[in-house]
Design a protein around this ligand. Structure first.
Ligand SMILES: [Mg+2]
Length: 268
């Protein structure tokens, strides 16, 4: 009699941040314990956020200050994904950033030329920018009309905070798309590019990897695009009634339920 095939074990879990592990400055209940249980059971944990407001190190520092254990090389954020894309495809070109200090910091750290004057940059790179001015928007608009390459970390229309939603990077991208009549190339989730970087740097196997996130259109779609399993948590953006054709493998109220769902127990 043929042996019944059991599902392959999870060797890595990739966690989205906003709406999954925390909301604004508030850590979601059970999030720290969830990561510790998974690690205790030998599951590698990585962090993946479309947010490009901080550098890799900046995200690791924020997670550490909140009580998570995180190293910079475990963090994949919009600014780093963008930097790696530029290094591989557009080395030597100058970038005009529409973003916060963390974006420029990560780009410079990876050897990319950044010019905030907006004079002759051949690339406009956009992420969430809470320091956005009309002047900055105008400089990006002029460069795009002149034919600059249009890149964005993500098109998330909103992002969740502890006091409700705020306009996301996609709202800024939309203003530039509308005014320049150009369409950006988006490097963040659901683009599988981040998984290629993770595979290269951490040797992941898609069939043994679980993506955990709060958005169907980015996190669950990313998992599908990369051939990995997905867990949707209902603690952030997507609601149970939003689930349509894109079915997550697990639907959980929050990450607090994850280790039990995977049958993992914290080592005594
Ligand atoms: Mg999220």
């Amino acid at each position: 009699m043929a042996k019944q095939q059991s599902a392959p074990p999870i060797s890595c879990a990739i966690f989205d941040l906003d709406g999954t592990l925390f909301l604004g400055k508030k850590v979601l209940p059970g999030a720290i314990e969830c990561l510790e249980t998974l690690r205790g059971a030998g599951v590698k944990t990585l962090f993946l956020t479309n947010a490009g407001t901080r550098s890799r190190q900046g995200v690791a520092d924020k997670l550490t200050s909140m009580g998570f254990k995180a190293q910079a090389d475990e963090v994949y954020c919009g600014s780093y994904i963008l930097a790696r894309f530029l290094m591989e495809k557009h080395a030597g070109k100058t970038v005009f950033p529409v973003g916060e200090a963390g974006l420029s910091e990560e780009l410079r750290r990876n050897g990319i030329k950044v010019d905030e004057s907006g004079k002759d940059s051949g690339i406009v790179a956009v992420c969430l920018d809470r320091t956005l001015t009309y002047e900055k928007l105008g400089k990006a608009h002029v460069l795009l009309r002149k034919g600059a390459l249009f890149l964005a970390t993500n098109k998330d229309h909103i992002f969740p905070t502890e006091s409700g939603t705020m306009p996301g990077a996609g709202a800024i991208v939309a203003a530039l798309e509308f005014s320049s009549e150009r369409t950006p190339y988006v490097v963040g989730k659901p683009n599988p590019m981040a998984f290629d970087l993770m595979r290269e740097e951490h040797g992941l196997k898609s069939g043994e990897t679980l993506m955990v996130g709060d958005r169907l259109d980015t996190d669950v779609a990313f998992a599908r695009n990369c051939g990995m399993k997905s867990a949707l948590v209902l603690s952030g953006n997507s609601k149970r009634e939003d689930i349509g054709d894109l079915l997550p493998d697990y639907v959980l109220d929050s990450v607090a339920q994850l280790s039990a769902k995977l049958g993992l127990k914290k080592k005594a």
